[in-house]
Design a protein around this ligand. Structure first.
Ligand code: AMP
Ligand code: MG
Length: 481
C-alpha cells in the first residue's frame, strides 16, 4: 500500500493508494439495476435510501477506500503507469451465498493515477457503461456488472470529438461490481520496474483470492488464458467490439471491463471498429479481437515470467488459449445456426461471406433464419443479390437444426450506438429533472425478457435507421468519456 494518502498525482511504487472520492454538489439516483442487485442479494430500495453514498459523498463506516496502480500496453505501445485514474473501490461485499464482490465508483474524482485528467465521467459514457454491462450479462457474456448510475449535479468539460471544442456536459458516476478488478496491467507495471518480489506478492494474492482451487502458477496462467478465450468467443458470438483492448483493460478473470467506445456490428464486417481513435490502424477491429487476446496474454506471460523456472508452462497456456478459442468459436458460430456438427463449419463460413458481400445485419440475419423471414430484409444494400440469399437458405434448410440452441446463442437485439444515443438523450431529460430514469431499466430488462417489450424490441431488432448514419456518436465514438 502506498504510504502517502490523498490524490496528489504522482508515480507510485506500490499496488494501491488510499484515496477518498471527492464530494459532488448534488448526488441523485438515475437508475439501479434490479438484476445486478438481485445477484448480490441487495434490495434496490437500500440503494435508493442512501443518495449520499451513491457518489461517495458518504462512505460506509470504517471502509478503507482505495484506487489501484497498474500499467499497460495501449494500442501496442508500453504506456507505463496508468492506474485507477477515476475509479475508487468503496466496498468489499460478501453476499449471503458467500460470493465476494468489489464495488467501484467510476468518475469519483482525482486519484494519484489521474495523470492529466479530472477523475470525472460524463453522463453519456456512464449510461453506455451501465447499459452495456447489464445487457451483456443477460446475453450470457462474461462481464463486470453495474449496480447503479448516479448524477453528480456537476458539469464536466469534455472535448467530445477531439476537435478542439470542449464543452460542459453533465457529470455522472457508475457503481460497477466485479469479483476482482485485477488487470493484466497490474502485473506488467511492477515487472517493467524490475520489482519481481511485488509481482510474486500480487500473483500469490490474486491466486488465493480470485482463483480458489488453483495452486500453481502454471494452472493460474492457464486459467487466465482459458477465461480470456471464453470471453472473446462470446464477443464474436454477439458481434461485440470492445474498441480499446489495451492490456490495462483486460481482466484476469476474463470479464469484459471498461466499456468505452465499444460497439456492436451492424452489417457483418470483420474490419469494423467503432473507435475513431483507432480508425487509422484498426488494431481493435472485430475480426482481430481473438489475435489481440493472444497478444495481450503474451504481454502478461512476459510480466509473470519471473515466477517460472522455464517458459514451457507459459507457452502451454498460450496454446491452450488458441485451442480453447478455436473450438469454442466454432461451437458458438455453429450454435447460432442451431447446428452442432463441425462438418457444417463450411456453411458458417459461407454465411459469413454472404453477410459481408450482401451487407447483412449480423443480429437480424440469425433471427431471420430462426423465424423464417426473408434474408433480403436484413441487407443494408438497396439491391441485395436475392438469388445468392435464397440459395443459401435452401442449403441451410436441409440441415436438422436445434431451435433452442439458436435462441440461446442469438440475441434478439443488441444495444447499438444509435439506440444508446437515444437512451442518453432520454436520461439527460431525467437528469435535468433530477429523477430516476425508467428508460434505463426498461432497456436492460428488454434484453433479459424481450417478449415484455414488443414495441421497443421491434424497433431495436430492426436495421439501423438511416438518420443514425449522419448523427455523431451513433456509429463512431472517440475515447473521450
Ligand atoms: P481507458 O482508456 O478509459 O481505459 O483509460 C486509460 C487510463 O486513463 C486509465 O488509467 C484511466 O483511469 C485514465 N482515465 C481516463 N479518463 C480519465 C479521467 N477523466 N480522469 C482521470 N483518469 C482518467
Ligand atoms: Mg481502462
Amino acid at each position: 500500500m502506498d504510504p502517502v494518502r490523498g490524490s496528489a498525482v504522482r508515480a507510485v511504487g506500490e499496488t494501491a493508494s488510499f484515496v477518498e472520492p471527492e464530494h459532488v454538489a448534488a448526488p441523485f439516483l438515475l437508475a439501479v439495476s434490479d438484476t445486478c442487485a438481485a445477484s448480490l442479494d441487495v434490495s434496490p430500495d437500500v440503494v435508493r435510501a442512501h443518495p449520499s453514498l451513491l457518489t461517495g459523498n458518504d462512505l460506509i463506516e470504517g471502509a478503507d477506500v482505495f484506487a489501484t496502480n497498474y500499467g499497460g500496453h495501449q494500442f501496442g505501445n508500453w504506456a507505463d503507469q496508468l492506474g485507477d485514474g477515476r475509479a475508487i473501490s468503496i466496498a468489499e461485499f460478501v453476499s449471503n451465498e458467500g460470493v465476494r464482490s468489489e464495488w467501484q465508483l467510476k468518475g469519483a474524482g482525482m486519484t494519484p493515477y489521474s495523470r492529466f485528467a479530472d477523475g470525472r465521467a460524463v453522463l453519456r459514457s456512464s449510461v453506455r457503461e451501465f447499459v452495456a454491462s447489464e445487457v451483456m450479462a443477460s446475453l450470457g457474456v462474461p462481464t463486470t456488472r453495474a449496480l447503479w448510475i448516479a448524477g453528480t449535479g456537476e458539469e464536466v468539460m469534455r472535448d467530445r470529438f477531439y476537435d478542439g471544442n470542449a464543452a460542459p456536459e453533465s457529470g455522472a458516476i457508475v457503481c460497477r461490481v466485479s469479483p476482482s478488478w485485477i488487470r493484466f496491467g497490474h502485473f506488467e507495471l511492477p515487472a517493467a520496474r524490475g520489482k519481481t518480489a511485488l509481482v510474486k506478492e500480487l500473483a500469490d494474492f490474486c491466486m488465493a483470492r480470485d482463483f480458489p482451487g488453483v495452486t500453481s502458477y502454471a494452472d493460474w496462467f492457464r486459467e487466465i488464458c482459458e477465461r480470456t478465450a471464453v470471453m472473446i468467443a462470446h464477443w464474436q458470438r454477439v458481434g461485440f467490439v470492445h474498441g480499446v483492448m489495451n492490456t490495462d483493460n483486460m481482466s484476469v478473470l476474463g470479464l469484459t471491463i471498461d466499456y468505452g467506445p465499444y460497439g456492436f456490428l451492424d452489417g457483418f464486417d470483420p474490419s469494423w471498429t467503432p473507435n475513431t481513435t483507432d480508425a487509422g490502424r484498426r488494431r481493435y477491429r472485430f475480426g482481430q479481437q481473438p489475435a489481440i487476446g493472444f497478444w495481450n496474454l503474451q504481454r502478461l506471460a512476459m510480466a509473470i515470467s519471473t515466477l517460472f523456472e522455464d517458459t514451457q508452462p507459459l507457452q502451454d497456456g498460450l496454446i491452450h488459449y488458441e485451442k480453447t478459442f478455436v473450438s469454442l468459436d466454432a461451437q458458438m458460430q455453429l450454435a447460432k445456426l442451431g447446428l452442432t456438427d463441425e462438418a457444417d463449419l463450411p456453411l458458417v463460413n459461407e454465411l459469413q461471406s454472404l453477410m459481408q458481400s450482401q451487407e447483412l445485419d449480423f443480429t437480424k440475419t440469425y433471427n431471420a433464419l430462426l423465424n423464417g423471414y426473408d434474408l433480403a430484409q436484413c441487407s443494408y444494400r438497396l439491391e441485395p443479390d436475392k438469388e445468392a440469399l435464397s440459395l443459401f437458405v435452401s442449403k441451410y434448410q436441409r440441415r436438422d437444426r436445434n431451435e433452442g440452441l439458436m435462441r440461446a446463442n442469438n440475441p434478439v437485439w443488441v444495444p447499438h450506438n444509435w439506440m444508446l444515443q437515444e437512451l442518453i438523450d432520454e436520461t439527460q431529460k431525467c437528469y435535468d429533472a433530477g429523477t430516476e430514469c425508467r428508460a434505463l431499466n426498461d432497456a436492460i430488462e428488454a434484453a433479459a425478457e424481450p417478449e415484455r417489450f414488443p414495441e421497443q424490441v421491434a424497433k431495436w431488432s430492426d436495421l439501423r435507421p438511416a438518420w443514425s448514419l449522419s448523427e455523431r456518436g451513433c456509429t463512431d465514438l472517440s475515447c473521450s468519456s
